[in-house]
Design a protein around this ligand. Structure first.
Ligand code: ZN
Ligand code: MN
Length: 143
């Protein structure tokens, strides 16, 4: 009986870890880094390691439960919404915001038709300055 319980523990633990990580990601629209997710998850599971959080994020990404957004050479951001949608990155405050226009899925067909490649998905990112940062700039007198 006791042996049985011990055998089951690791699997149950990893299921719980994954669920908590997913809940944390789905509860925010901020497209956080793995470190941020780790800090939140730790409040629920104090002994979890950053490596475990990272591994689970990659696994959830492979399962199509979350999206990983990598921006060049910097660290990845994660998105609890795995549906195809676009993002806007503010070059001043570094925030990543959802773009509220529908993804243009026809683009994939166009590329397929033009090149004969199999296209699985596409990603589009917009770069610029968010409203908040624009306002701040207007209010700060330039030297
Ligand atoms: Zn900004
Ligand atoms: Mn998003």
């Amino acid at each position: 009986m006791e042996e049985n319980t011990q055998k089951k523990t690791p699997r149950r633990r990893s299921t719980r870890q994954r669920r908590v990580i997913l809940d944390v990601l789905r509860s925010t629209k901020s497209h956080p880094t793995a470190d941020w997710v780790y800090e939140q998850v730790r409040q629920e599971i104090p002994n979890i390691s950053l490596g475990t959080v990272y591994r689970n994020l990659k696994l959830l990404r492979d399962l199509g439960e979350v999206m990983e957004l990598s921006f060049g050479s910097t660290y990845s951001r994660f998105d609890g919404n795995p549906e195809l949608h676009y993002h806007f990155r503010c070059v001043d405050c570094d925030r990543v915001l959802d773009v509220d226009i529908p993804a243009v899925e026809e683009l994939e067909q166009e590329v397929r038709d033009r090149h004969g490649w199999e296209v699985f998905t596409h990603r589009t990112e917009f770069y610029g300055r968010c409203r908040q940062c624009s306002r701040q700039r207007e209010q700060t007198p330039t030297k």
